[in-house]
Design a protein around this ligand. Structure first.
Ligand SMILES: Nc1ncnc2c1ncn2[C@@H]1O[C@H](COP(=O)(O)OP(=O)(O)OP(=O)(O)O)[C@@H](O)[C@H]1O
Ligand SMILES: Nc1ccn([C@@H]2O[C@H](COP(=O)(O)O)[C@@H](O)[C@H]2O)c(=O)n1
Length: 206
């Protein structure tokens, strides 16, 4: 079984996927972390994120490992756990440029398709491109303001700055982020986290 949960930035994909996966007793897989890890390593190596080839060669020298734990995924580079650094604002600002390269998307997709089902996969194009065969597909939305208010509880920046950055990231991600034709779109704005998880579990179990 594969369940896909796509959606716009900070719509609740990771929190919801973790809850759904725990209820189903299966892992969840966060595709965005692979794009974030590529961005972090590119920034640390002072590479131009607008150029795919040097970034891809750099990544091929430093293989990454995605660990899909139910309470939250981790990304390892050898013994180094990159996870704590993947949600900093510099990575948020650079990641869409990295994700726009078809070569980088192929690099991420290959790692995801190697994972053995069952799992819940979350991202932008899990239901459309990576796992079109998934048995249940969902796409999460919420207004930029609500998403920014939720995120402000986790970040030092103020709500207006977070909202502006989310709107910009959504615009940059639009090409690869769309609901699959057979996905159920859920506006998480008026719902609690538990209500969103319950809606999805209802859909999965039919
Ligand atoms: N329905 C909800 N009601 C209230 N808070 C929520 C809801 N869904 C998510 N949240 C909160 O919103 C914040 C963002 O959620 P989360 O990190 O899961 O989003 P995301 O879509 O994975 O983000 P990103 O795209 O940046 O990886 C978290 O603090 C989470 O607890
Ligand atoms: N399937 C995906 C997943 C992510 N991206 C890009 O990575 C960025 C970070 O993802 P989060 O889920 O952690 O927000 C996102 O803004 C996209 O640029 C993607 O392209 N496809």
């Amino acid at each position: 079984m594969i369940v896909t949960i796509d959606g716009v930035a900070a719509s609740g994909k990771s929190s919801v996927s973790s809850g759904v996966a725990r209820a189903l007793g299966i892992p969840y897989v966060s595709s965005g972390l692979l794009y974030r890890a590529a961005t972090l390593l590119g920034l640390e190596a002072r590479l131009d994120l607008g150029e795919a080839a040097p970034l891809l060669s750099h990544l091929q020298m430093l293989p990454l490992r995605l660990e899909p734990l139910p309470e939250g995924n981790r990304i390892w580079q050898g013994e180094r756990d990159l996870t704590p650094q993947l949600h900093q604002s510099a990575v948020d600002a650079g990641v869409s440029a990295v994700a726009a390269h078809p070569e980088l998307r192929a690099w991420v997709d290959e790692q995801l398709r190697r994972l053995p089902p069952p799992f819940v996969a979350e991202g932008r194009d899990m239901g459309t491109n990576v796992f079109p065969q998934a048995g249940a597909k969902f796409y999460l939305t919420a207004s930029p303001r609500i998403r920014a208010e939720r995120r402000a509880a986790e970040r030092p920046e103020d709500v207006d700055a977070i909202e502006a950055a989310l709107v910009e990231r959504d615009a940059r991600d639009r090409v690869q982020s769309a609901p699959a034709p057979d996905a159920r779109v859920i506006d998480t704005g008026p719902l609690s986290l538990e209500e969103v998880i319950a809606e999805i579990l209802k859909g999965v179990k039919g």
